[in-house]
Design a protein around this ligand. Structure first.
Ligand code: HSE
Length: 393
């Protein structure tokens, strides 16, 4: 017997909401209908005219005929409130809000269990790349050792434009904003917060651990200047903002850092708003996933895939957690080779270095290439100086 279509209550009609609307219109055979779209500002011009719009959230949350809440708003706190209310009322939820999810993983996993309803969030990590479901399903019994990738489309777009077209940082950022890739507050992208939230979500599905974003070290591309670009070019390298986590026995190292990579890396040719994820595992060895990591329709397609999965009762089982494979986050004993640009000798704490390979000094700037433990780096006060930049090597 043909089951009835599921009824969707959508919160938010910004970039991703509109992308979802478009992909839903163009997808044949999806057993889902939009019942309502809740928006914040009724006076804002909208690209479509529809009587589905409302500003009253109760028309979705209190409507027992709406089965699924699709949360696509910007504000992480308001999103958490909507998502927890929906789950508590027995509604399944789809969300793409990486900040909200990363900051509340423990509660969100517990709420799903308590109320017996799923929360799916494929669109929160690397947009169109189906990384979460792959980690959950395909890699549920392989020995995954590391996940490394470009998890942010805006910064990859900016770096591509700087390296390939010689654009300056601000012009490239403006383009990423105009194309709808960047967050409303773009410092979340360029300072590395956004890929860190995605990494925190990935950690749960890759290794079964829930960690707080504040315990994961991150550094963005906001301090990159012409000296750093020239250094990379001279050595035939490119800069990519990478999120990575590795498991070594029961210890997991995780961090976000811009890195200088050469042509042998799988990620060198992943450009513009594309994201790339390299998985290493004991038996399948190295695998690369590539896809658009930002933008309305690529993210909308991931949200659509979650909605479709709900039509056949899919839910995350958090198998790695329940199978007891969980290990703990550790920042110790993880040496990182770094290029560090600075101005004055006293800017750095030289005792932080485990070793030094190279030093350079000119009238305009200085740099050192050396090794520092991740734990030391995460606590280094000198990293706060605006004229210091670090790149992994
Ligand atoms: N601002 C994000 C990015 C959007 O640039 O990757 C997709 O999560």
């Amino acid at each position: 017997m043909q089951k009835e279509n599921i009824r969707l209550g959508i919160f938010g009609f910004g970039c991703v909401g509109q992308g979802l609307y478009q992909v839903l219109q163009q997808t044949q055979g999806i057993r889902a209908d939009i019942a309502r779209i809740c928006i914040k500002n009724p006076d804002k011009p909208r690209p479509i005219a529809t009587d589905l719009f409302t500003t009253d959230r109760a028309l979705i949350l209190d409507d027992p005929t709406i089965d699924v809440v699709v949360e696509l708003i910007d504000d992480a706190e308001a999103a958490f409130e909507i998502v927890t209310t929906a789950l508590s009322r027995g509604k399944a939820v789809v969300s793409a809000n990486k900040k909200m999810i990363a900051e509340h993983l423990e509660e969100l996993v517990a709420l799903q269990k308590e109320h017996g309803v799923p929360l799916l969030y494929e669109g929160s990590c690397c947009a169109s790349i189906p990384i979460i479901r792959n980690l959950e399903e395909y890699y549920d019994n392989d020995l995954l050792t590391s996940v490394e990738g470009i998890f942010n489309g805006s910064t990859n777009y900016i770096l591509t434009k700087i390296f390939d077209e010689g654009l300056d940082f601000q012009t490239a950022l403006k383009e990423a904003q105009d194309l709808g890739f960047a967050e409303t507050d773009p410092s979340l992208d360029i300072e590395g917060w956004d890929p860190k939230y995605k990494l925190v979500i990935t950690l749960l599905h890759a290794f079964g651990v829930i960690v707080s974003p504040e315990d994961v070290f991150h550094f963005g591309i906001h301090r990159i200047n012409d000296h750093d670009i020239a250094f990379a070019r001279q050595r035939g390298l490119r800069i990519k903002l990478l999120a990575q986590c590795q498991r070594q026995e029961d210890r997991i190292h995780a961090y976000v850092l811009p890195k200088l990579i050469n042509g042998q890396s799988h990620l060198t040719d992943v450009n513009h708003e594309y994201n790339g994820v390299v998985l290493e595992s004991a038996f399948s060895e190295s695998q690369l996933f590539v896809g658009k990591g930002a933008g309305d329709r690529p993210t909308g397609s991931a949200v659509l895939s979650d909605i479709s999965a709900l039509t056949y009762q899919y839910k995350y089982e958090y198998k790695k957690r329940t199978q007891g494979q969980g290990a703990g986050l550790s920042q110790e004993s993880h040496p990182l080779k770094l290029y560090i640009r600075y101005e004055e000798e006293q800017d750095l704490n030289w005792e932080d270095f485990l070793s030094i390979e190279e030093r350079y000094q000119s009238q305009s700037h200085r740099y050192v290439i050396g090794t520092i433990d991740l734990n030391t780096l995460a606590q280094a006060e000198w990293l706060q100086h605006e004229h210091i930049n670090i790149l992994g090597l």
